[in-house]
Design a protein around this ligand. Structure first.
Ligand code: ADP
Length: 275
C-alpha cells in the first residue's frame, strides 16, 4: 500500500485514490455511528485492491467517500492530485463522470437501452466522443460482441455485470470502484467478472478498487486492505482465499482489540496457496 502522504508517488508508483484521516459519522449524540474512524489508505494506480471486512465495518462508506459519492465528516479524500473536499457539487459530478468508473452489485443498467448503448452511455451523457477502438476492444474483452443489440433483461446476471464493467471502463477512467460486484452472481459468473476486473488491471493498465466481504473475490486482487469497526486493521499482498479467510477469523476472534496482532500463518504459507 502507498502511504497517505504520497510516498509511493515519490518512489514512482502513482496513487490513483486515497483518503487521509478519514472519519465518517452518521447521526449524532447517543445515536452516532462512527462508520469510518480515522482511516488513511492509498490505492496505487495500475493495481487491483480489495477492501475487505465484515458487514458493517465501513467498506461501502470508505468506497463512497473515496469516490466522491459521499462526503467525509473529517479528513480528506483524493483522486490523483485532486482534493475532493475542495470541489463544488458540480465539479464533483464532473470528476465522477470523467475520472471514475463505477460497478455496483445491482448492475444498474438502463433497461430500455441496448448493451452497446449502455456501454457508451456515460460518454453520451457527457457529450464526449467515444474512443471507438478502445470500446471495440473492450467489447471483445468482456465477450459481448454477439449481444450488442440485446436489452439487459435478455442477458444473464453475469452478462449484465460484464456490460457494467465495460461501461465503467469505456471512458478509460483513472480508477474503477466496484461495490460487491459479484454479490448477485453465482460463483461461476462471479469468477468471470473477477477475472475481467483482473484483466482490466493487468492487461489494460487500469486501476480497480473493489469492496467485498468474500475471501474468494478478495483473492483476485493484488492487495487486500482489511477494515473492522471503521478502522484499517491490516493489509495483505498477493492474497489467497484461505489466507484472507484466516485473517478475517483472526479479527472476529479478537473482538474489540483492533491492534494488527494477527497470528502468524503456518510456515511456508505466506500467500502461496492456490485460491
Ligand atoms: P459495510 O459496507 O462494511 O457493510 P457500511 O459502510 O455500509 O459497512 O456501514 C458502516 C456502518 O455505518 C454500519 O454500522 C452502518 O449501519 C452504518 N451506516 C451506513 N450508512 C448509514 C446511513 N446512511 N445512516 C446511518 N448509518 C449508516
Amino acid at each position: 500500500m502507498s502511504g497517505p502522504t504520497g510516498t509511493a508517488r515519490r518512489s514512482g508508483t502513482a496513487t490513483a485514490a486515497r483518503v487521509a484521516d478519514a472519519a465518517k459519522v452518521y447521526g449524532s449524540g447517543d445515536a452516532a455511528v462512527h462508520a469510518l474512524d480515522g482511516v488513511s489508505v492509498g490505492f496505487p494506480a495500475g493495481r487491483f485492491t480489495a477492501i475487505m471486512g465484515p458487514s458493517g465495518s465501513g467498506k461501502s462508506t470508505l468506497m463512497h467517500c473515496a469516490a466522491g459519492l459521499d462526503t467525509l465528516s473529517s479528513g480528506s479524500a483524493w483522486i490523483g492530485d485532486t482534493d475532493l473536499g475542495s470541489l463544488t457539487d458540480r465539479q464533483l459530478t464532473l470528476l465522477r463522470r470523467e475520472r471514475i468508473g463505477f460497478v455496483f452489485q445491482s448492475f444498474n443498467l438502463v433497461p430500455t437501452l441496448t448493451v452497446a448503448e449502455n456501454i457508451t452511455l456515460p460518454a453520451d451523457l457527457a457529450g464526449r466522443r467515444h474512443d471507438t477502438e478502445w470500446v471495440d476492444a473492450l467489447i471483445d474483452v468482456v465477450g459481448l460482441r454477439d449481444r450488442l443489440l440485446h436489452r439487459p433483461s435478455e442477458l444473464s446476471g453475469g452478462q449484465q455485470q460484464r456490460v457494467a464493467v465495460a461501461r465503467a471502463l469505456a471512458g478509460r477512467p483513472e480508477v474503477v470502484f466496484a461495490d460487491e460486484p459479484t454479490g448477485n452472481l453465482d460463483s461461476r459468473a462471479g469468477g468471470e467478472v473477477l477475472d475481467l476486473l483482473g484483466r482490466a488491471v493487468h492487461a489494460m493498465g487500469r486501476t480497480v478498487v473493489m469492496v467485498t466481504h468474500d475471501p474468494v473475490a478478495a483473492a483476485h486482487a493484488d492487495e487486500v486492505v482489511f477494515l473492522a469497526d471503521g478502522r484499517l486493521v491490516d493489509t495483505m499482498t498477493a492474497p489467497t482465499a484461505a489466507g484472507v479467510l484466516d485473517r478475517m477469523k483472526a479479527f472476529d476472534g479478537r473482538g474489540a482489540d483492533l491492534s494488527p496482532a494477527v497470528p502468524a500463518a503456518p510456515t511456508g504459507r505466506t500467500g502461496g496457496e492456490p485460491s
